[in-house]
Design a protein around this ligand. Structure first.
Ligand SMILES: C[S@@+](CC[C@H](N)C(=O)[O-])C[C@H]1O[C@@H](n2cnc3c(N)ncnc32)[C@H](O)[C@@H]1O
Length: 250
């Protein structure tokens, strides 16, 4: 979404935010330290491509352990960013999921020759990110950045489609219904300033026709149901073609 917007419009100021500090470190490293990053990534790609299945397994789980160790010490930014990209390109379905202690725990995927170092793409991303203020923290920190001339897109953790769905999350603290309500209140607040806001989320009606959680929460705004193809969901009827919500304040 960000890169699509950046490629289409000449914006005066750009701001992106996420609470996941490894993701933000990766964005900043792609922006500021591209050469060091691609040199690590091309080495990882060569190592991975030449390994047989057993050695790949050892390599993957070793890199995953190293990533989790660096995460804890909050050090080695370029190596951490390289590992973030490596894991994203080689793990199961490109999923990012952490356990209750914050450790990345996605198993290895099965790709023959995954592109780990896509230099052209990383160069383009780096150039685009040079225009962006990249912030790690709670989304509410964006409050002062938003005024009547702002377009903002919020892509929060999706509300699980079933009570038993327990994808415990992008971040250690999860994102429950109370957080969804708080986000909706924040969106009302900034949309009252005149900003144009779009939010995406899951559609509870995929699994429970009478679940009006978001219809009630965002009743003041325009709710569209969009058909999307989704590979990952712990609820079976949340996979394949499912509806998702796009909520617009304008
Ligand atoms: C559906 S994902 C969107 C990912 C992001 N749009 C991207 O493609 O990189 C939801 C994101 O919300 C982030 N998140 C969760 N709680 C947050 C909070 N309180 N403030 C900011 N970001 C948060 C997660 O770390 C996760 O990256």
């Amino acid at each position: 979404m960000l890169f699509d917007v950046l490629n289409r419009y000449d914006l005066k100021e750009v701001y992106i935010n996420d609470i996941n500090s490894e993701l933000i470190t990766t964005y900043k490293t792609i922006r500021d330290e591209l050469e060091s990053l691609t040199s690590l990534l091309s080495q990882m790609q060569a190592d991975y491509w030449q390994a047989d299945t057993d050695n790949r397994k050892v390599y993957y789980y070793d890199r995953r352990e190293r990533f989790n160790a660096l995460k804890l010490t909050e050090s080695g930014d370029v190596e951490l960013a390289a590992l973030f990209v490596f894991l994203n390109r080689t793990c199961f379905n490109g999923l990012y999921r952490v356990n209750s202690k914050g450790g990345f725990n996605v198993p290895m995927g099965s790709y023959k020759k995954p592109t780990i170092c896509d230099i052209e793409n990383l160069r383009a991303v780096s150039a685009q990110l040079k225009r962006a203020e990249i912030v790690c923290g709670d989304y509410k920190q964006s409050r002062d950045f938003i005024d009547m001339f702002t377009f903002a897109y919020f892509d929060p953790p999706y509300r699980p489609l079933s009570d038993t769905a327990n994808f415990t999350s992008y971040a250690q603290d999860g994102f429950g219904d109370d957080d969804q309500v708080e986000l909706a209140q924040f969106i009302d607040e900034v949309s009252d300033k005149g900003a144009a806001i779009v939010v995406s989320n899951s559609d509870p009606k995929n699994t429970n026709e009478s679940d009006d959680f978001f219809d009630e929460l965002y009743c003041k705004h325009v709710i569209s149901r969009i058909s999307a193809n989704r590979m990952i969901n712990s609820a079976g009827n949340g996979r394949g073609k499912v509806n998702e919500l796009l909520i617009a304040t304008f």
